[in-house]
Design a protein around this ligand. Structure first.
Ligand SMILES: Nc1ccn([C@@H]2O[C@H](COP(=O)(O)OP(=O)(O)O)[C@@H](O)[C@H]2O)c(=O)n1
Length: 482
C-alpha cells in the first residue's frame, strides 16, 4: 500500500483561439457560447478537450524531458447528451468568473489490486481551457477478485479508498464529482455470478457515497478498451496526441491477469494482416485513430505463472503440488491468485535454469499470440506495470526514474537470474519465471527483435501510466471506440 500526491505543473498554457493561423494546433471547436444552465442538463463538468505542444523527436531518455501536455476544456459548447453524462449534475458552487476546480475519480479494479485515481482539473475562467493539475493515487492489495466468496469485504476495500477521495475533494465539490470503477482481468476471469456480486457491492458503496454516480459507473471493461485507453494516457502524457501528427508511441501493459499491446500502425500491411478484432477505430480530439490493439486474457504475469505450472484450471488443488524448473529447487509455498490457493514448488532433485524454464513458459505463449507485422520495425514502445516492476527488481532500471532497455537486456538478465537462483531468491522465488516469461512474451509472443528499445515508465510527468486517465477523458468526452 502506498500513497502519493502528484503535483503536475504545466510549463506553459495555451488558450483556445479562432484564427486562420495554420500553426494553431488546437483542435477545432465551435464558437464559444455563453453558459446557460438548463434544468435537467448538466452544466458542469463540461466536456474536456486535450491538446499538446508539438512532440519532440523521441530519444530514449528519462521522462522528465518529454514535452508537458495539458488537459484543456473547450469554451462551453452545445450540449449533446450521451448515455454516460446525461444526468442532472448539481451546478458548480463557484461563481462563473472565478477559477474553477473540478475532479474526476477513477477506480482501477485490477487482478492484483484496487487503485483510486483522483484527477484535479483547473479552469481559470469560462473561456480559458482547464488543465490537469495533479493526480492523487492510492492502491490497496489484493484486488476485488480475491473477495469472490466474500463480496461485502471486497466492497469495504473500495469504501476505504473512497475515504481518500473525501479527504482530497473538497466537500462542496462532492456532489458534482463523478465516481467510476472499471474492473479488468481479475473480474473477467471469474464466473459471471461471482463478478456480478462484487460489482453490485461496489455499486452499493458508490450509491451510499456523497459523490456523483453516473449511469454504468461500475463495470468490467473489455480488453480492447483497456489497451486503447492506456495508449491514450501515454500518448497524452508524452505529448503525442494532437490533431495533425501521426507520431505516437505504442504501449505494452503487463498486468496480473492479462497483457495488452496497442500501437498506431504506420503501414497498411499491419492492418491488412491482422484479425479484424485487433483493430480499434475511435475518434478523439477531432482525429480518427485506427489502432492495433489486443488483450490476452490469462497471459498476465500471475496467470502465466499458474499456466506455466499447469495449475490454471486444474483440479485436485487440495493435494496437488505444481512444480517447475523455473523455481528454486528447495522452494515450496502456497500461492493465491484470484481468491484460489495453489501449492507450488521447485523440482527438488531435478534441474532448474533458464533453458528448461524457457521451454516451460513457451507452452503458455506458443500458438496464442499474433505477431503484428510492424513490431519488427522501428516503432517506439512504452512498457509499464509488471515490465517496469521486474526491470526494477532485477536492477535493470532505477525505481524512480525508469529508462530505456533493449529486449535483449531482459533476456540477459533472465539468464543470469535463472542460472543463479539462490542469489536472487530473496527478491522473489518467481523472479526467474517472471523474467523468462517477459523475455519469451516479447520475443516469441509479440515478435520483437532483440535490439528493440523499450521505454520503461511508471509515471510520465508525475502521472501514472495507466488506462485510468484515458478512461477519465473517455468519461468526460465519451469518444466512441468501435
Ligand atoms: N496505476 C497502476 C496500476 C497498475 N500498476 C501495476 O500493474 C500491475 C498489475 O496490474 P493489474 O493488477 O491491474 O492486472 P490486470 O487486472 O490488468 O491483469 C502491477 O505491476 C501494478 O503495480 C501500476 O503500477 N500502476
Amino acid at each position: 500500500t502506498y500513497y502519493r500526491h502528484h503535483r503536475y505543473v504545466p510549463h506553459f498554457y495555451r488558450y483556445r483561439e479562432h484564427s486562420a493561423n495554420a500553426e494553431n494546433l488546437l483542435p477545432e471547436v465551435s464558437n464559444p457560447v455563453p453558459e446557460v444552465s438548463q434544468p435537467g442538463v448538466p452544466t458542469f463538468p463540461e466536456i474536456p478537450e486535450v491538446f499538446h505542444p508539438v512532440p519532440e523527436v523521441i530519444h530514449p531518455i528519462p521522462e522528465a524531458f518529454h514535452p508537458v501536455p495539458e488537459v484543456v476544456h473547450p469554451a462551453p459548447e452545445p450540449y449533446y447528451p450521451s448515455p454516460e453524462v446525461y444526468q442532472p449534475v448539481p451546478e458548480a458552487s463557484s461563481p462563473v468568473n472565478m477559477t474553477r476546480v473540478f475532479y474526476g475519480i477513477m477506480f482501477d479494479a485490477g487482478s492484483t489490486g484496487s487503485r483510486i485515481h483522483i484527477y484535479k482539473f483547473i479552469q481559470k475562467d469560462p473561456v480559458e481551457l482547464p488543465v490537469l493539475d495533479n493526480e492523487m493515487y492510492h492502491a490497496v492489495k489484493p484486488g476485488l477478485s480475491a473477495y469472490k466468496d466474500n463480496p461485502e469485504e471486497g466492497g469495504n476495500t473500495i469504501r476505504q479508498l473512497l475515504k481518500i477521495a473525501k479527504k482530497t475533494v473538497p466537500e462542496e465539490d462532492w456532489k458534482r464529482t463523478p465516481v467510476v470503477l472499471k474492473a479488468t482481468a481479475g473480474l473477467r476471469l471469474l464466473p459471471e455470478d461471482k463478478a456480478n456480486a462484487l460489482l453490485k457491492e461496489v455499486q452499493d458503496v458508490f450509491d451510499e457515497s456523497p459523490f456523483f454516480v453516473p449511469n454504468n459507473s461500475v463495470s468490467i471493461m473489455n480488453g480492447a478498451k483497456e489497451g486503447v485507453l492506456a495508449w491514450v494516457t501515454v500518448n497524452f502524457l508524452t505529448g503525442h496526441l494532437y490533431t495533425n501528427t501521426r507520431k505516437t508511441v505504442g504501449i505494452l501493459d503487463l498486468g496480473g491477469g492479462s497483457t495488452q499491446i496497442t500501437f498506431l500502425p504506420k503501414s497498411k500491411k499491419t492492418v491488412q494482416s491482422s484479425p479484424s478484432s485487433y483493430i480499434a477505430k475511435f475518434d478523439l480530439f477531432n482525429h480518427t485513430y485506427q489502432l492495433y490493439t489486443h488483450s490476452y486474457l490469462g497471459n498476465g504475469l500471475y496467470a502465466a505463472r499458474l499456466a506455466t505450472l499447469g495449475a490454471l484450471g486444474a483440479d485436485g488443488l487440495d493435494w496437488k503440488v505444481f512444480t517447475s524448473s523455473c523455481l528454486p529447487k528447495k522452494f515450496r509455498e502456497d500461492v493465491t491468485f484470484g481468491g484460489t490457493t495453489y501449492k507450488v514448488s521447485g523440482i527438488p532433485d531435478g534441474y532448474a535454469g533458464y533453458k528448461l524454464c524457457y521451454y516451460e513458459v513457451m507452452k503458455v505463449i506458443k500458438g496464442i499470440f499474433h505477431q503484428p507485422y510492424e513490431v519488427k520495425g522501428s516503432s517506439v514502445f512504452y512498457a509499464f506495470s509488471y515490465y517496469y516492476d521486474r526491470a526494477v527488481d532485477t536492477g535493470l532500471i532505477d525505481g524512480s526514474r525508469g529508462g530505456a532497455l533493449e529486449v535483449r537486456d531482459f533476456k540477459k538478465r533472465a539468464k543470469e537470474v535463472c542460472n543463479k537462483m539462490t542469489k536472487y531468491r530473496a527478491i522473489s522465488p518467481f523472479l526467474c519465471m517472471d523474467m523468462t516469461y517477459i523475455t519469451c512474451l516479447l520475443k516469441e509472443g509479440f515478435g520483437f527483435k532483440d535490439s528493440t528499445v523499450l521505454q520503461l515508465a511508471k509515471k510520465v510527468n508525475n502521472v501514472e501510466t495507466s488506462w485510468a486517465l484515458g478512461a477519465t477523458f473517455d468519461y468526460f468526452r465519451n469518444f466512441n471506440i468501435h
